[in-house]
Design a protein around this ligand. Structure first.
Ligand code: GAR
Length: 187
C-alpha cells in the first residue's frame, strides 16, 4: 500500500478530491492531512471523510524537527502540497528527496513566487489580459514554485471571464488531473 500525506492551509477542496479518488484504489491511501491553520476548512473535511488530521504551528515547522519527525513516522511515499502556503524548510526537503510535490494554479514560471497564491494568481492573470492559464504540478525545492515541472494543463481565458470564473476553470483542471498525476507517480 502506497501512502500519501497531504499538507493544506485552506479550504482543502483538492485534498478532499484526492482522498475521495483514492478511496476507490486499494493500492494507495491518504494516511494523514497536516495543516498550519487551526481554522482551515480542510480539518472539517477530514472529520467527515474520516482521515487523520494534525495541526502544527510555525515554530514546529520552521524552528524544530517536530514536523519532520511526524512526517517520517508516517513513512509517506509522496507528500502532496494541496493549497499549502508556507515555504518548505530545508530539513523537510532533505528528508524527502523527490517525494514532495506541489500544485500551483497557473502556468509556471508565470505567476509564481512568494505571495502568488490562490485568488491573487487569478487576479494577476485577469489584469494582464492573459489568453490562457492553467495548472502546474511540480517537485518542491527550497524556492517557491521553482522545482522541476511534472505536468501542466491549460485552459482558455475569455475576455469576459472575471477572476472568480478563472479560478473555477483552474479548479476544474486541478480536480481532473491532480489525482491522476499522483497515481502515475506512485503506481
Ligand atoms: C488551489 O487552487 C491551489 O492550486 C492553490 O491554492 C488552491 C487551494 O484550493 N495553491 C497555491 O496557490 C500555491 N501557491 P483548495 O484548498 O480548495 O484545494
Amino acid at each position: 500500500m502506497k501512502q500519501i500525506v497531504i499538507l493544506a492551509s485552506g479550504s482543502g477542496s483538492n485534498a478532499e478530491n484526492i482522498i475521495t479518488y483514492f478511496k476507490e484504489n486499494p493500492q494507495v491511501t491518504v494516511s494523514a492531512v497536516l495543516t498550519n491553520k487551526k481554522t482551515a476548512k480542510v480539518l472539517e473535511r477530514c472529520d467527515r471523510l474520516e482521515v487523520p488530521a494534525f495541526y502544527f504551528n510555525k515554530f514546529a515547522f520552521q524552528n524544530s524537527d517536530a514536523v519532520v519527525g511526524v512526517l517520517k513516522s508516517l513513512q509517506p511515499d509522496l507528500i502532496v502540497l494541496a493549497g499549502f502556503l508556507w515555504k518548505i524548510p530545508t530539513n523537510i526537503i532533505e528528508a524527502f528527496p523527490n517525494k514532495i510535490i506541489n500544485i500551483h494554479p497557473a502556468l509556471l514560471p508565470k505567476y509564481g513566487g512568494k505571495g502568488m497564491y490562490g485568488a491573487k494568481v487569478h487576479q494577476a492573470v485577469k489584469e494582464n489580459a492573459e489568453k490562457e492559464t492553467g495548472i502546474t504540478i511540480h517537485y518542491v525545492n527550497e524556492n517557491y514554485d521553482e522545482g522541476a515541472i511534472i505536468f501542466q494543463a491549460k485552459t482558455a481565458v475569455e475576455p469576459s471571464d472575471d477572476a472568480d470564473k478563472i479560478a473555477d476553470k483552474v479548479h476544474q483542471l486541478e480536480y481532473e488531473h491532480f489525482p491522476k498525476v499522483i497515481e502515475k507517480l506512485l503506481v
